[in-house]
Design a protein around this ligand. Structure first.
Ligand SMILES: O=C(O)CCC(=O)C(=O)O
Ligand SMILES: [Fe+2]
Length: 212
């Protein structure tokens, strides 16, 4: 029988980040370099990237990056005042979803893909706290390409509490109270010429936790 190396991966050696009330874990080398290179090239070619138009404070703006919402047909997502019907899974994104189900034990039904063309592209402060994600969502964020800084800040104090360099092939998992208590952002970074692709896998249609 042909050996399938993708099914014989090492366990993920997560580092838990110290953030009160939250659950944030990171592993820098979830995908080895050669595999991460191949995934980056596949995502770039396979995903139908477009500029999302978002509604910010009643004003329609173009997001400073390219994006694509992919998922099961019923995984409809509304954020920043815009409703996104999912595009069908591409082969590589579906394979990664299944890989995460095996290695993380979480079955995701949708993903927001973002392509930051260079250091001028960014994502502003937000929490992934849309009601359809549930009260304590598990979000798996995969990074490929240029290394960029990911920041977390407290929703109460607005002070940055953590900065992480997200590496090529890195996997960040946010769970528990992370979205309720913190915001995150991917700021612009001068002198970065290379692109970065980020995939944030989510579960839409969760039964909401009882509010506490
Ligand atoms: O690009 C990143 O690392 C962050 C993306 C993100 O926060 C999101 O898609 O909600
Ligand atoms: Fe986010």
């Amino acid at each position: 029988m042909k050996d399938d190396s993708s099914r014989q991966r090492s366990a993920l050696a997560f580092e838990a980040l110290a953030l009160p009330g939250a659950d944030v874990r990171y592993v820098a080398n979830a995908w080895p370099r050669a595999e991460a290179d191949a995934l980056f090239a596949a995502f770039r070619a396979e995903i139908p990237w477009s500029t999302h138009r978002l509604n910010l404070f009643g004003r329609e703006v173009e997001s400073p990056r390219l994006s694509c919402w992919i998922g099961d047909p019923d995984a409809v997502y509304t954020y920043s005042g815009t409703r996104f019907e999912p595009l069908p899974w591409t082969p590589t994104v579906a394979a990664l979803r299944d890989d995460l189900a095996t290695r993380l034990g979480v079955r995701f039904n949708s993903v927001l893909a973002n392509l930051y063309r260079d250091g001028r592209d960014s994502m502003g402060w937000h929490s992934d706290d849309e009601p359809e994600l549930g009260a304590r969502p598990v979000i798996a964020s995969l990074s490929f390409g240029a290394e960029r800084t990911f920041r977390l800040r407290s929703r109460a104090t607005r002070k940055t509490v953590l900065s992480i360099e997200l590496a090529h092939g890195g996997l960040l998992v946010m769970a528990g109270g992370t979205q309720r208590l913190y915001q995150h952002a991917l700021p612009k970074r001068a002198r970065v010429e290379a692109p970065r692709i980020n995939l944030t896998f989510r579960r839409i249609g969760e039964i909401r936790d009882v509010p506490t």
